[in-house]
Ligand binder design. Sequence first.
Ligand code: SF4
Length: 494
Amino acid sequence: MSNALSKSRYISAVQCAKMLWLKDHKPDVFDESYLNQAVFDAGNEVGDLAMGLFGPYTEVPYGDLGEMIRMTKQLIRKKTPIICEASFSQDGLFCSVDILKNIGRKHVELYEVKSSSHIHDIYLDDIAFQVYVLHQCGYQVDRACLVYINNGYERIGELDLSGLFRIEDLTAVAYAKQPEVEANVESFRTVLRKRKEPARDLGACCFSPYACGFFPYCSRHLPKPNVFDLAAVQLRTKLQYYRKGLISFQDLVEAGCLSSSAKLQAETELYDLNAHIETDQIAEYLKNITYPLYYLDFESFQPPVPLYDYSFPFEQIPFQYSLHYQKKKNGRLYHKEFLAYPYDDPRRAIAERLCADIPGDVCVLAYNMSFEKSRINRLAELFPDLREHLLMISSHIVDLITPFQKKWFYCKDMHGSYSIKAVLPALFPDDPELDYHHLAGVQNGAEASAMFLKMRFMDQETLEENRSYLLKYCELDTYAMVKILQKLQELTKE
Ligand code: SF4
């Protein structure tokens, strides 16, 4: 067991000291599915790019801690002006500074880089800890700043780092937090010395600022399902119920405190009720759907650093779509698809293909249409020559989520959710053809985005293999819509 506090361990402990203890004493109960590798990768990419923000720099290579610290001292001694990943340690405390300006005479400025367009409170703790460690090492921190993403930056031509990044001077806040850091360090060390698991009740810290991977372990004593499984209830309200002892679905239903949709979820699961179906509402909704009918689904990715001209940080860039279509009700099913190669801006090609594949005056079905509409409208903005056709497509989209979002159809296996990943298995429980888990390589949208981003670095053979995974995944999304619509039509048959 280690008494050492690195910056990341300190940040974990600020969120919850029990998390720090569990990391050391029971690492095997951590649920890895809570980790988001894509976010981690994006952070690394932004960090690498930001290194050049102040001109030429020297990077301390990641590796043996002692070696990183030794090299940092040497670089400071040699008056190296900009040092990236400058590493410091004193009395069991350790941190690496993303960008360190070496002013001389033991005066420095530190810059913490985040792949985010907002300043979150936890970043202040992060910076305050670094200032504390550097002081312990005998340095005077003249400035402590956060470097984060300016989401108003539009790339045109070469990347302009000074436009892409914002710099916020947090020196005053970091200094004001020094007594708190000192007290925290003391208290976290006391926790680490304990043999017994610290008592800590579930609370907001389990979900924010980061979802804690120890939650399944810490909530193992709760009945299943419980208040935290309610889908249509805000976290704050769930925690209020929890603190009042309203934990099981039985408690919640008996207390009569739930909204109609949360009550529907709780009662359906608790009493094993049959599906709730409002056929009149569904029949009315189905009148909006006309033939020929096109089923459309996009995949997109959100690079924090804009890769293409006329794009913004974190902009959703569509790179793929699947399109099923039927000329008449119950008619033959056709399929078209588009998947960009990862090297060039995919937007012009996708816009052209959409216009070629979808006539402007047909009904288009999407699941959660705000996404498809917003992407098509953005393409219309970018390509005035295709604008009219694209806007026609967008204006004819009907949302297949509506009957499920409005609870006109609800069954217990949806567990309060109306996402297509919940609706599909609930409607077709034992159909391997409609089971995302049977897909190789890519099983959800996040994996599809991550895959497309990684494709830039793949050899041709691996790239083609992964393209086939993406094509199959996206095809299932629209095929699922075909089957879901069919089911709704069957439910409303006289
Ligand atoms: S689940 Fe909650 S109580 Fe348990 S370690 Fe994580 S934050 Fe702490």
